[in-house]
Design a protein around this ligand. Structure first.
Ligand SMILES: Cc1cc2nc3c(=O)[nH]c(=O)nc-3n(C[C@H](O)[C@H](O)[C@H](O)COP(=O)(O)OP(=O)(O)OC[C@H]3O[C@@H](n4cnc5c(N)ncnc54)[C@H](O)[C@@H]3O)c2cc1C
Length: 428
C-alpha cells in the first residue's frame, strides 16, 4: 500500500491497515515532513461534528445514514482518546466539550436555530444544548456575550503532539514514512516520484489542501487558508477574570468565525480566516502570516477577553484546509484502479481523518462494515470552477460574509445576505 501524505489521514489509514494486517507493506510518501500540512498546524479541536450541509449526506444515506454518520463522528473523538491512552501518547487530550458564544443578538438567534436544526439531525439535549448568558458565564466569561451553546462531543488536543505520537506508533508498527518525497502524479496502482514510480495494490491520496498540485487534480479541492496566533501563558489574575477553568474549546457565532483553545500550559490559541484563498490554489508555503491577519486575530482576542489584551503573543502561523465545491467530506476506494482518497474536511478534519482512515482501511481490505455504509463513502464531489472564477467566488464569498458580520453587529436579526450566500454556495 502506498499512501501520499503524512498528515492525520495518511497516518490513521496506515495505522488501521497495520493493525488489521500486520504483514502488509505500507509506505507513506511525504513531500516535506510528517505534519507539514494542516495536521501540524491546526487549532486542536478533536470535534465530533463534520462540515457541509446535512442534506447532501441525507440525500445519499437517508435520515438513518445521516444519524449513523453523526454517531460515528461522536465515537471518533473517543477513539482518538482511546488510541492516545493505549499507546501512552501525551497530546494534552481533554474532552471537556465545545462552547459556541453568541457575540451579537443576531448570532444568538442563529445559534438557537442551529440547535433546533441539530435536533432534526438526531442530536438530543445530551449532545447539544443552548446556554443562557449566566450558564455561559459559569463556564467562561466572554465580553459582550449574549449566550451560547454547548456540546460535550469535542476534545482539546495539542495538534503536533498528536501528529508526532501517531507517526511514532505507526513507524513502530513497521510503516516506513519517506519524507522529502514529492509525488507528482497518482495513476492506477502507481505514485510517481522524481526517484521513480512506486507501484502498489492501492495508492491512497491523503494530500488534502495540497491536492491541486497533483497532476490532473487542479480543481478537486480548493486550499483555503486558516491562520492562528498563540499568546504566552496568561497570568493567574487574567485567568481569574476570564474563568474558563476547563478545556472546552470555543468559537463565536460569526459567519467568518474564530476558534479558540485554552492550551494545557495556560495560553490562548485563536484562529480564523486570514487571506481566504490564493490565486491558482497556491498554498502559502511554510505558514508565514500577514501582519494584518495577526492584528485582526489579536483584536478579536482582546475584544472577547480584555484581560488577555496585554499578554504578549508567542507565535503566529497559517495553513490550508481542503475545501470541496460542495463543502462535504468524501471517502472513496475503487478496487479496479486501486485508487483511494479521503478528505474535503474543510475546517473539521482532526477527528474526521480518524474515521476516514478506519473507513479507508475497511474499504481497501474488502470488508463490509457500518463504516463502509456511511453516506460520505463513494461520493464524487463536483469540481471547482477554473480560474479566475474560483478566486472570485471564494474571496467574494468571504468578503460578503464579513459584510454580513458587520451588519449583524448593528442590528438584531440575522443577515439575509448571509443566508442567501449559504444557500447559493452550498456551504450550509
Ligand atoms: C490553521 C488551521 C486550523 C485548523 N483547526 C482545526 C481544528 O481545530 N479542528 C479540526 O478538526 N480541524 C482543523 N483544521 C483542519 C485539519 O487540520 C485538517 O482537516 C486535517 O489536518 C487534514 O489532515 P490531512 O492528513 O488530510 O491533510 P494534511 O495534514 O494537510 O496533510 C497532507 C500531507 O500531504 C503532503 N502532500 C501533499 N501533496 C503531496 C504530494 N504531492 N506528494 C507528497 N506529499 C504530499 C503534505 O505535505 C502534507 O503533509 C485546521 C486547519 C488549519 C490549517
Amino acid at each position: 500500500m502506498a499512501i501520499v501524505g503524512a498528515g492525520y489521514t495518511g497516518l490513521w489509514t496506515a495505522y488501521y491497515l497495520k493493525l488489521a494486517e500486520p504483514a502488509l507493506r505500507v509506505l507513506v510518501l511525504e513531500r516535506e515532513r510528517a505534519g507539514y500540512g494542516a495536521s501540524g498546524r491546526n487549532g486542536g479541536w478533536v470535534s465530533g461534528f463534520f462540515t457541509g450541509p446535512a442534506r447532501v449526506y441525507e440525500r445519499r444515506g437517508g435520515r438513518a445514514g445521516l444519524l449513523a454518520l453523526q454517531r460515528a463522528m461522536f465515537d471518533a473523538v473517543d477513539e482518538v482518546g482511546r488510541f492516545l491512552l493505549e499507546h501512552g501518547v501525551d497530546a494534552d487530550f481533554a474532552k471537556d466539550g465545545h462552547v459556541t458564544v453568541a457575540l451579537t443578538d443576531a448570532q444568538a438567534v442563529r445559534l438557537r436555530d442551529s440547535v433546533l436544526e441539530a435536533r432534526v439531525r438526531g442530536c438530543g439535549k445530551e449532545d447539544l444544548v443552548e446556554l443562557d448568558a449566566d450558564a455561559l458565564a459559569r463556564r467562561v466569561r466572554v465580553a459582550g456575550a449574549r449566550g451560547g451553546a454547548f456540546s460535550p462531543h469535542v476534545a482539546r488536543a495539542h495538534p503536533v503532539k498528536l501528529l508526532l505520537g501517531l507517526a511514532a506508533v505507526v513507524e513502530r508498527l513497521g510503516v516506513t514514512i519517506h519524507e522529502s518525497t514529492p509525488v507528482s502524479e497518482i495513476r492506477p496502482h502507481e505514485a510517481r516520484t522524481p526517484m521513480g514510480p512506486v507501484r502498489a495494490r492501492w495508492v491512497v491520496r491523503a494530500s488534502e489542501g495540497y491536492t491541486a498540485q497533483l497532476r490532473g487534480l487542479g480543481r478537486a479541492l480548493a486550499p483555503v487558508n486558516s491562520s492562528m496566533i498563540v499568546t504566552e501563558p496568561l497570568p493567574a489574575h487574567a485567568w481569574e477574570e476570564i474563568g474558563w477553568e476547563g478545556a472546552e474549546v470555543l468559537s463565536d457565532g460569526a459567519h467568518v468565525y474564530c476558534y479558540l483553545q485554552r492550551t494545557a500550559d495556560g495560553r490562548i490559541a485563536i484562529g480564523g480566516r486570514g487571506v481566504p484563498y490564493r490565486f491558482a490554489s497556491r498554498t502559502g508555503g511554510a505558514g508565514e502570516t500577514a501582519e494584518a491577519t495577526i492584528a485582526q486575530l489579536r483584536e478579536r482576542l482582546a475584544s472577547m477577553f480584555p484581560a488577555a489584551a496585554a499578554v504578549p503573543l508567542d507565535h503566529a502561523w497559517s495553513g490550508v484546509l481542503g475545501v470541496p465545491r460542495d463543502w462535504c467530506v468524501s471517502v472513496q476506494a475503487d478496487p479496479g484502479s486501486g485508487l483511494a482518497w479521503a478528505g474535503g474536511y474543510v475546517g473539521l478534519g482532526v477527528a474526521t481523518a480518524n474515521l476516514a482512515g478506519r473507513t479507508l482501511c475497511d474499504l481497501m481490505l474488502g470488508r463490509t462494515s457500518t463504516l463502509t455504509a456511511l453516506p460520505w463513502v463513494g461520493r464524487r464531489p463536483p469540481r471547482w470552477e477554473p480560474e479566475p472564477l474560483r478566486w472570485l467566488a471564494i474571496n467574494g464569498l468571504y468578503a460578503l460574509y464579513r459584510q454580513a458580520d458587520r451588519a449583524e453587529r448593528r442590528r438584531a436579526r440575522p443577515s439575509r445576505l448571509a443566508r442567501a450566500l449559504d444557500a447559493a454556495s452550498g456551504r450550509r
